[in-house]
Ligand binder design. Structure first.
Ligand code: HEM
Length: 501
């Protein structure tokens, strides 16, 4: 009886055991081949090992863990392997590097050994003729022109627009009851980029479709670049087409003469003689470059700065004593009266030392752009490890800030640390890469001074016009697509009465 029952069971088990043995063997061979393939990419002349870490499973690498874990993937890997490790993400063998000295060494080899490499979805949204996606001589030519839109004189011209929009938005938040801080900051920044990049006032975008399109791109910037209806890439591509058409219309009007805007600077460069290669004798911008740069500036300037404003709100809500200290500084500078400080001047903003320290500290602690992608054009040596040619290299600003030995009590919010002359001296003397929220080297952020001005005006007008209360000051942070509290920071604003300061 027992034998009669067992025989068919055994008959089934034997092929199952064989099947699992064969599957395990095939998997082991594939994994070995996968690892050997990447070890073979090593430069034979180098005796250095590849960085620690894992290339994961054949084909998918560690992408599945990354998608499931999000930013925690990086936290766990940093804990496990330290400041430099290898992984395999989104189809590429990747070395992730952090630590001031390693970044200094790495970014100094740009652009000869390292070039820009963006995820497919980001590359598509920025446009192939933009500064962000360009390389070599094209990058140098465009950067020179685009930086013309960010000189101190231009920033002073943009300041009234920044101040008026900031005042208008903050006044509208007061009395609205509970709102989401991140969305409120994002709306303010989208107003600003439309006006500053394109010279476009609210009434030019009557139905709000261009504003909505900028936000749609930001929400879907990092996605699988497959054009499937309803998917993130599909929505963002449609949004890009709306903005592109709008920019082309503005170009046809030759901008808006009433408003200072970056488009004016680009149009002036377009007027230079266009050479045979379509580039203005090595100087100008083609129409396609103007459109792609306008769009990419709007994208690059929105998510990062909205997140930065939202994190300022979070930190001020957590530290009311810092709000009081900003108000004291504004009072001394004659800027505190709710009746209005009049038009702010660019020079006065630079004298607000404590307010500037709050901004620096917020950018250190809640770094808006966590890092950036590059491609190794040559084999690289970093920290005693070998990174093969053609690997993706991700440099991490966030991990570098978090692990820097230069900052005492590194995870605490202490704006006053920036008023210690010794800190600036150490950063300068030891290594400026300990603090680099705007990146460094040839790819450093063109919008650094504008973003800092927007943040300063935000703090001045917020502390002057409003008081506010956070509903959940202890929310977890998320890092993609931007650094912000996971619940988008529910907050209630109240109009500030002068006596309450
Ligand atoms: C708090 C706000 C901002 C932060 C933290 C930030 C951060 C950064 C960082 C880290 C980079 C370097 C990326 C790399 O190494 O590849 C960068 C590049 C860039 N940023 Fe910003 N950014 C901010 C605001 C802005 C604004 C307001 C604009 C323009 C309106 C802007 C435009 C750009 C552009 C065009 C690049 C590419 C530069 C190049 O490739 O040469 N950013 N930004």
């Amino acid at each position: 009886m027992t034998t009669a029952v067992l025989t068919p069971v055994l008959g089934l088990m034997v092929p199952m055991v064989w099947c699992s043995v064969v599957t395990s063997l095939v998997l082991a061979v594939c994994t070995l081949a996968w690892r050997l393939r990447y070890s073979a990419m090593k430069d034979p002349a180098s005796s250095l090992p590849l960085p620690p870490g894992s290339l994961g499973w054949p084909i998918v690498g560690e992408t599945v863990q990354f998608v499931v874990q999000g930013a925690q993937f990086y936290v766990d890997h940093f804990k496990r392997y330290g400041p430099i490790y290898k992984t395999h993400l989104l189809g590429s063998p990747t070395a992730r590097v952090s630590g001031a000295e390693h970044l200094h060494h790495l970014l100094n080899s740009e652009p000869q050994s390292l070039t820009m490499k963006l995820p497919g979805s980001v590359r598509h949204m920025m446009g192939k003729a933009s500064l962000v996606t360009s390389k070599g001589d094209d990058h140098v030519r465009m950067k020179k022109i685009i930086l013309e839109a960010f000189t101190t004189t231009r920033l002073s011209d943009y300041l009234p627009c920044v101040q008026q929009n900031t005042q208008r938005r903050i006044k509208s938040w007061c009395g609205q009851g509970r709102i989401l801080g991140f969305q409120a900051c994002e709306q303010l920044i989208v107003d600003l980029v439309l006006e500053l990049v394109l010279g476009c006032r609210l009434e030019n975008d009557r139905d709000g479709s261009v504003r909505k399109a900028v936000m749609t791109i930001n929400n879907n910037l990092f996605c699988v670049p497959l054009n499937i209806p309803g998917g993130g890439f599909y929505k963002a591509s449609k949004a890009r087409a709306i903005i592109s058409e709008f920019v082309l219309r503005r170009l046809a009007d030759k901008g808006d003469k009433e408003h200072v805007s970056m488009l004016e600077v680009f149009l002036a460069a377009h007027h230079t003689e266009v050479g045979a290669a379509g580039k203005g004798a090595g100087q100008g911008l083609t129409a396609e470059e103007i459109v792609d740069n306008a769009i990419s500036l709007m994208i690059a300037g929105t998510g990062t700065t909205s997140g930065a404003l939202c994190c300022l709100l979070l930190l001020l809500g957590q530290h009311p004593e810092v709000v009081e200290e900003i108000r004291e500084e504004l009072n001394t500078a004659g800027l505190l009266s709710p009746d209005g400080p009049g038009e702010l001047s660019y020079d006065v903003l630079q004298t607000l030392e404590f307010t500037q320290s709050v901004i620096k500290e917020s950018l250190r602690l809640h770094t808006p752009a966590g890092g950036a992608f590059r491609k190794a054009e040559k084999p690289l040596e970093v920290a005693g490890y070998h990174i093969p040619k053609d690997w993706t290299v991700v440099y991490s600003i966030r991990d570098t800030h978090k692990s820097s030995k230069v900052f005492k009590d590194v995870s605490e919010f202490k704006p006053s640390r920036w008023q210690d002359a010794e800190l600036s001296e150490r950063l300068h003397r030891e290594n400026p890469c300990h603090y680099m929220p705007f990146g460094r080297g040839p790819r450093a952020c063109v919008g650094k001074a504008l973003a800092t001005m927007e943040m300063t005006v935000f703090l001045v007008e917020l502390c002057r016009l409003a008081t506010f209360e956070l509903h959940n000051p202890d929310a977890d942070m998320v890092f993609l697509p931007v650094t912000k509290p996971a619940d988008d920071l529910p907050v209630t604003f109240y109009a500030r009465k002068e006596k309450s300061n």
